[in-house]
Ligand binder design. Structure first.
Ligand SMILES: NC(=O)c1ccc[n+]([C@@H]2O[C@H](COP(=O)([O-])OP(=O)(O)OC[C@H]3O[C@@H](n4cnc5c(N)ncnc54)[C@H](O)[C@@H]3O)[C@@H](O)[C@H]2O)c1
Length: 332
């Protein structure tokens, strides 16, 4: 299988490439190596892929919002399936730098849809986000729920990606699956996210910023469970049979939540981090941040029913294993 992975130097892209290479696939990775967080981490991730894949892993350093560059780099490269994970991530940063989201998440997504269309790929799986549920009061969040009230530009671009994908599934019958990921964490994670940031601060003896005075809940999903879900989706393209797919489309376009199906209180996670780090956290209690949501909680019935997805990593196991990786990577 020849798979194109965008965002290959990113947290989820790197883990996915590792899994694809381990099963013998030929992987072409794309990433712009943007400096939203330290580029060295992205380079270190890529080094592990080159080591694992040898000549089955090729990498193109490019910005996929540039269609000409994308076409030129992939000229002559065979692609059976695409996993489009590259994006400008982060809810809070979309308030500071909206243009980065327009370019990567809107123009970039259309470019990947165009590539999938013209190359007639078997399937493109793409990353959406739990943030599309905004401040929905009905919990857990299910793919059948309305998602018309995003509370950040990031969320709005991810919802727009789903809508643009629907038109490609309709007009060109391109088989597409959108995945709404719920707060992913684990080894090789993201420095801008809570789990990494709190670990770094607790180990350094610095106070951690606790938003909404700790009254926050997240459905934390371990990277291994996310990758198991992406792989299951990748190997099951939605059929063009007129039947209703998860998320309500009657085109070859499915939408799934990938979460852990547990909404964990932030303070519980802080307790687990303290235990794993072997020291108490100094907490700086702060109000809710603009663009943030109070609670996320994934209904995973659709992906369980269609693909047998079942998360296996609890935060009680996942948090200490992340802290172990963090300490080893940083030598602290
Ligand atoms: N990690 C999470 O908790 C989470 C939750 C919901 C959704 N997602 C989505 O999952 C996907 C992967 O997220 P991640 O956590 O691995 O983020 P990440 O930031 O680690 O990885 C994204 C990668 O995409 C690259 N990129 C961005 N714009 C690009 C462009 N125009 N051209 C080429 N490369 C570009 C970045 O350099 C980065 O390496 C993203 O679409 C993100 O929005 C992640």
């Amino acid at each position: 299988m020849r798979v194109l992975v965008t965002g290959a130097a990113g947290f989820i892209g790197h883990a996915l490439c590792q899994r694809l290479l381990a099963r013998g696939d030929v992987v072409t990775g794309i990433d712009s190596l943007n400096d939203y967080y330290p580029v060295q981490l992205k380079r270190d991730r890529l080094a592990t892929l080159s080591a694992a894949g040898g000549n089955r892993f090729a990498f193109h350093h490019l910005d996929f919002s540039d269609m000409a560059a994308l076409n030129a780099a992939l000229d002559g490269t065979g692609i059976d399936r695409i996993v489009h994970l590259g994006a400008q991530a982060g809810v809070r940063y979309s308030i500071e730098n909206p243009q980065a989201y327009v370019s990567s998440n809107l123009a970039g997504h259309v470019n990947l849809l165009e590539l999938a269309r013209h190359r007639r790929v078997e399937h493109m799986v793409y990353a959406s986000s739990s943030s599309v549920y905004g401040g929905n009061a009905k919990l857990p969040f299910a793919v059948e729920d309305r998602v018309d009230h995003p509370v950040s530009l990031y969320a709005a671009t991810k919802r727009a990606d789903e809508l643009m994908s629907e038109t490609y599934a309709h007009l060109f019958r391109t088989p597409l699956t959108g995945l709404r990921f719920f707060t992913v964490y684990g080894p090789w994670g993201r420095p801008d996210m809570m789990m990494w940031n709190f670990t770094a601060k607790i180990l350094a003896g610095q106070p951690i910023p606790v938003f909404n005075h700790g009254d926050m809940y997240r459905d934390f999903t371990h990277i291994d469970d996310i990758i198991a879900g992406v792989m299951a989706c990748l190997d099951h393209a939605p059929a063009d049979d007129g039947a209703e797919k998860a998320g309500g489309s009657i085109k070859p376009h499915a939408l799934y939540n990938i979460g852990n199906n547990r909404s964990e209180p932030l303070l519980k996670v802080i307790g687990l981090l303290e235990e794993a780090c072997g020291r108490k956290a100094a907490m700086e209690m702060l109000p809710m941040q603009p663009g943030d949501v109070h609670k996320t909680y994934a209904d995973i019935e659709a992906i369980r029913r269609d693909l047998g997805y079942a998360p296996t990593t609890s935060i009680e196991e996942g948090v200490p294993s992340f802290v172990r990786w963090y300490r080893e990577y940083h030598g602290v």
